[in-house]
Design a protein around this ligand. Structure first.
Ligand SMILES: Cc1cc2nc3c(=O)[nH]c(=O)nc-3n(C[C@H](O)[C@H](O)[C@H](O)COP(=O)(O)O)c2cc1C
Length: 154
């Protein structure tokens, strides 16, 4: 069965909520889905999953949530080739933070690309100033992502 790993970076649980809400959409189209709440680099670099989705919020001044910091440190330290990785990215943020809006999602996207991974489609940025429940933006985006990128496997 095709595998999808959803990597979560969250402070207050919003990004985890998004992961939990979109998980069934992937199951319906044939994936076995794991939500990874304490991501390690091995979960990405040594995984046989066909596809990954990152759901990552921003804290501090454009910083990664604490649970995501070990992943980013390992990516900097080990700098593996991620050329077999295909991913989607949902960034949660708040535009009232100005230029650090979705800073961690944007930085993660840059790092993944720098290491050879391929993003499928555009990054989704969810602005808490505009969208009260992040799922309201994430669920339709994932439905469209699955269609546009022809990700259905069954
Ligand atoms: C202390 C704090 C700092 C934040 N800093 C930023 C920031 O720099 N940039 C941004 O876009 N959003 C920032 N946010 C907004 C969060 O990213 C946003 O509320 C997000 O939906 C939280 O998701 P989570 O529940 O998964 O942690 C901050 C929120 C808090 C509470």
């Amino acid at each position: 069965m095709a595998k999808l790993n959803i990597f979560v970076g969250t402070m207050y649980g919003g990004a985890l909520d998004v992961a939990e809400q979109v998980k069934p959409l992937f199951e319906e189209v044939g994936y076995e889905v794991d939500i990874i709440e304490q991501p390690k680099l091995e979960d990405l670099a040594e995984s046989e999953a066909e596809l990954c989705l990152f759901c990552v919020s921003t804290t501090g001044s454009g910083d990664f949530p604490g649970n995501f910091v070990p992943f980013i440190r390992a990516l900097h330290d080990q700098s593996p080739s991620l050329s077999s990785v295909r991913y989607g990215l949902i960034a949660l943020g708040d535009s009232s933070y100005g230029e650090t809006f979705c800073g961690s999602g944007r930085e993660l996207d840059r790092l993944l690309e720098e290491h050879g991974a391929t993003r499928l489609g555009e990054r989704l940025e969810i602005d808490a100033m505009e969208t009260f429940m992040a799922d309201d933006a994430a669920v339709p985006w994932v439905e469209e992502w699955i269609d546009d990128q022809q990700l259905k496997v069954d």
